[in-house]
Design a protein around this ligand. Structure first.
Ligand SMILES: NC(=O)c1ccc[n+]([C@@H]2O[C@H](COP(=O)([O-])OP(=O)(O)OC[C@H]3O[C@@H](n4cnc5c(N)ncnc54)[C@H](OP(=O)(O)O)[C@@H]3O)[C@@H](O)[C@H]2O)c1
Length: 250
């Protein structure tokens, strides 16, 4: 039920952090994986992928640009012949007060976290419908898809947006056998949180609220992504699965 052999997954933002963990989990479940990011994947990711009995390939693209959409799809089809799973994971933030946020901050964050994922999803959905195969789109949302946070207003807007997009696309694509679901990570120990981890005031406040008492690590998302990519979740659509160490139940 959780077997992904003969499936092809695209994982965006797989050069480090959460995306690296997602790519490894999918490969370990049997999928061939196209990893998309501007920089090469970290060594721990290529090492783990090398040990999996599947094919993986890195494709360099700047996913803040609409011009990246077509080349990503073409690369997946040229190298693997099909696409079954899209994981929209690439994301970034500009951490500053709302009053200091610029138009460039808004555009860069929203383009990367919402606009390009939206059109990548459209391109993958068109491919899946043409093939008549069904498939899975998994959007990496956030607990900030449900909460307001502090000093990341553009990011919060994008993450609420991708949660809404998840539900809207689920409604329109279900009849084609395509499931669109989200995963909402809590606070994870990755580069996106470097500033937060060095914040002597905010970090203890955050740690005190996590019932599990620790930040998440990329492997904490392995079960969720394999579940949502596999036949095990075939009747689950438009759901956002929180993987947050209990943060949102607090
Ligand atoms: N860490 C958390 O606490 C947390 C919580 C909730 C949700 N999330 C979400 O999880 C996802 C991954 O975050 P992370 O924590 O793993 O952050 P990270 O360590 O900073 O990794 C971000 C990834 O996104 C890629 N990326 C960013 N901008 C890109 C661009 N313009 N073009 C192509 N790739 C781009 C980066 O690759 P390159 O720099 O090589 O391009 C990198 O692989 C994001 O969507 C984030 O919002 C994270």
């Amino acid at each position: 039920m959780f077997d992904l052999q003969h499936k092809v997954a695209i994982v965006t933002g797989a050069s480090r952090g959460i995306g690296g963990g997602l790519a490894i989990a999918l490969a370990q479940a049997g999928a061939n994986v196209l990893l998309v990011s501007r920089s090469q994947p970290d060594q721990w990711i290529t090492d783990a992928l090398g040990e999996a009995d599947t094919k993986s390939l890195h494709f360099a693209a700047d996913l803040s640009l609409m011009s990246s959409v077509h080349p990503v799809i073409t690369a997946a089809l040229e190298h693997f012949g099909q696409i079954d799973v899209l994981v929209n994971n690439a994301g970034m933030l500009r951490r500053k007060d709302f009053l200091d946020q610029t138009e460039d901050d808004w555009d860069t964050v929203l383009n990367t976290n919402l606009k390009v994922p939206y059109f990548l999803s459209q391109a993958v959905a068109r491919h899946l419908i043409e093939r008549g195969s069904g498939g899975k789109i998994i959007n990496i949302c956030s607990v900030l898809s449900m909460q307001g946070g502090f000093r990341v207003s553009g990011y919060v807007s994008s993450k609420h947006g991708i949660a809404g997009m998840t539900k809207a696309l689920a409604n329109e694509l279900a009849s084609h056998g395509i499931n669109v679901n989200g995963i909402a990570p809590g606070y994870f120990d990755t580069d996106i949180n470097t500033e937060l981890k060095n914040d002597a005031v905010r970090l203890p406040q955050i740690m005190a609220r996590i019932p599990h008492g620790r930040l998440g690590v990329p492997s904490d998302l392995a079960g969720a992504v394999v579940f949502l990519a596999s036949a095990a979740s075939d009747y689950i659509n438009g759901t956002i699965l929180n993987v947050d160490g209990g943060w949102l139940s607090r």
